[in-house]
Design a protein around this ligand. Sequence first.
Ligand code: ADP
Length: 908
Amino acid sequence: MRQFLEVKADHPDAIVFFRMGDFYEMFFDDALVAGRALDLTVTSRNKGHEDAIPMAGVPHHAGRAYLLRLTELGHKVVVVEQVEDPRQAKGLVRREVVQIVTPGVVVDDDALEPRRPRYLAAVVPGESGPRRAGAGAGSGFGFGVGHLDASTGELRAAWVADLDELAGELARIGPRELLAAGPDLAADGALADLGRRLVGCAFTTATSPGAAEASDALGDLATDGPTDLAADQRELAGRAAAACLRYARATQPTGVLPVARLQLYRIRDALVLDETAIVNLELCETILPGAGSNGASRRGGSLLGVVDQAVTAPGGRLVRRWLLYPLVEVAPIRRRHDAVEFFVLRQAVRERVRRQLERIHDLERLAGRASLGVASPRDLGQLRASLGRLPGLAEELAAGAAGELELPELLRVSGDLLARLAELAAELVAALVDDPPPTAREGGIVRDGFCSIVDESRRLADGGRDAILAIEARERERTGIGSLRVRYNRVFGYYIEVTRSQLGRVPADYVRKQTVATGERFVTPELAELEGKILAAQETLVTREAELFRALVGQVAGRTAALLAAAGQVAAIDVCAGLAELAHRSGYVRPLVDDGDRLEIVEGRHPVVERSVPAGEFVPNDCAMDPAARQILLLTGPNMAGKSTYMRQVAQIALLAQMGSFVPARSARIGVVDRIFTRVGAADNLARGESTFMVEMRETGAILAGATRRSLVVLDEVGRGTSTFDGLSIAWAVAEYLHDAVGCRTLFATHYHELCALAESRPRVVNLQAAAREVGGKIAFLRLIIPGGASRSYGIEVARLAGLPAPVLARSRQVLAALESGQRIADGAGPQLTLFARPPRAPADPPPSVDLPPVDPPPSVDSPPPPVDAITARLRGLDPDAITPRQALDLVAELCAELARGGSSRPS
Ligand code: ADP
């Protein structure tokens, strides 16, 4: 217990896996927590005594799986092993912490998702804390934010000005663990809040490394990034990177993290996307309620699901980065388009390259495991096979570029790199057998001819076995026992077995060892001597092979930087070939991206929605925006007409273009967008306990404060969360402000068709509508965006489609007409609500007081009257801010069905 308590004192926030014999035991709270999480039986040590201690254990061979499940649930686990043989220990067996596994620092291949990086993020505050609104930039403001994927060594860091920017950046990174490095930070409720909002992210506190400690931790790590970064921002970013490194290194007492460089970046050097935009534009996951919580299906319906056509895992991770960090400079964007175009034009080359890529393993993570010292012989075999394919890949590309088409820069694999890696590949070929085993424990790793000691001991061991066969033959002859066998077991080693009927022929020099049912077992001095030689040879062999293997892993680890560089180039080739494949299959075109401020899309399509409707049924739409004449496109039209699809598609096309992809359109020209803002539908932050309207206004406020002339703003139904007049007034003022003060390209969908009047007073507001046509009293959606404002909102038609009963529809038409003509709403001619017959089975409680506007009487006395009282009572009992949009929708459907049935639905 003393050993345990010592470890626990050093790691109070972790669950300690304490090795005792064949089990990892957990004690006290650890046992209770893990017991619950892993469904283990919790017993107790010193049972029945006053000092009984809760205890739970897992068998050591399954320990890894249990451990990883705990980290998946957000726990940190410390592994304590016995580091001496219990049989030889005097007193207590010595034990040591050998590894710490935390949610953000996982390097086990089976716990990692192939196409998703696993990030630990760290936040370090500036001396003066976050910049508050209105304050200018100055030394020590803001935060440093760093992130590290320990499995690939990817390390990046940036400086952010305030909590909003920090929240946006963390949403992009999507860390599994957030390190608040700084005492004040831990106490800062805002940051803890932020940590909680990140789905599946554990929150850890640590001390913040000072500037000197940071430069210690970073050592002479190569640093890339903008050269003109302000010194204090560079320092904060560096300290955040150092915090990641320090924390991750502490978890790997024996291995070296595969970090080859620190990448500093500036938030504004990529198109800025915050959490709202990432969610609303469904970049990585769909928000469709039908998709459920299954990660794969949520990803499938997202933009990432469409653009990720990479065949390798590193390609999958890189395309995610390209999508979340689109570029804002024209030249590098065009370089990516050039590379994609190359593969579009050279279809055969693309197909051959993709086939080559399929046989290249995850070079980044293989290099990572070598660096961490946990690579297996099989890993090195995969690495060797992958390296062997690089020259062919480079040749394929070079050959494809023959003729008038030059090989784009992005697709050129550095010859120097290839040469260096060819050397490594040759070393691996020389040293490793063709099909290396999954573990290094039993030898069989080193190729014949590589090492004389290995060859010699292999010969001795094998030769020993031949000698045994020879002895067997000789003894059969000498004794005349045809069934005589030389066998081996762990207890006696080699022995001679003679069956019962032949025992009479056994010579005198055999020493009897054991009697078994079928006969007897003997040993001879000759056999014993031979056995000694064989075992010694085998031991030498295994030890030597393990040594050579470690050295080989060291050789690979020494080339980490080159391996990661090559892996990066291969991943980029993979991404470009994948984007070309997408362009080819889905009819995308190369967009023109320039420094202008226009946005022109001809026959654009929504990349995700077009896949979900039958082929040929998606209706393409144009879009033309520019800050000079068509700055704000005001979009009206009925619900379900295609407004939000249209707006999202415009934003997604701009984003695709800037990430380097082709786009779903006949043609597109995009003046670089610096940031995409969205305020779409009832994106539910309800889970966070805020009212829809508050969220809506906060998001709108952030847009008005943050948008620049180059931003693209998508607003859907601003002002919906409040009363009609409030909402209309707010929407109106927001549109005016965007027009008068910001000047950014804006898509503004609204159900307040009154807003169309803005186009008369504001020159750069253009009215558009999602066309719908009434055919025989029914409304048909054309999904066409056409000029002009909708004259009416069709809301009542949509309500009719949704099954609202005729009397309610008729009365709403009356009320609408009155509202539109500015008249008072006249009482309906019919009886008051209280005159409705009550449903027959209504309980005898007093009727709820009703002060709704009167409604026309039901048209036919035959149909039973709808149970309006019951429905009213249900609605009264409801807090609209406390339910999700989905629940609201379900409720409406239920109530409509109830009305249609005319039955009773008393609240229970
Ligand atoms: P709104 O925002 O006007 O309520 P949506 O954009 O949500 O409407 O569109 C409603 C549905 O119509 C979508 O789910 C989609 O299936 C379909 N849709 C939208 N735009 C198109 C289009 N251009 N072509 C074909 N179907 C479309």
